[in-house]
Design a protein around this ligand. Sequence first.
Ligand code: ZN
Length: 114
Amino acid sequence: MKKLFCLLSMMTAIWIVASGCTQTEQGVVGGAAAGGAIGGIIGHQSGETGAGAAIGAAGGAVLGGLIGHSQEHKADAHSSHIQPCPNGHEVDVTGYGPGALVRCPIDNSTFTVQ
Ligand SMILES: [Zn+2]
């Protein structure tokens, strides 16, 4: 059990170091940490803590990377809700669907969201 606690504190340290990275990198590290911890617990019960942790970390890293990557794509889609008004001002059209009429806050011109 002491070994497992050591593993968990190590994973937590990696998680803190990685918190400044992109969401994909965070996902990989977070997934590896979670997978390693779960794998360690499963491995511990079957008498192979090290192997369980390694397998769990590898699987968790792949899964976490995929999750983190898809989150990044969602963020991209969200930040691209900027559209130019007829006079070229960049207007945030977040929350407006295609065809909605939006007013430019700078020159009060109206345009439809594409
Ligand atoms: Zn404008």
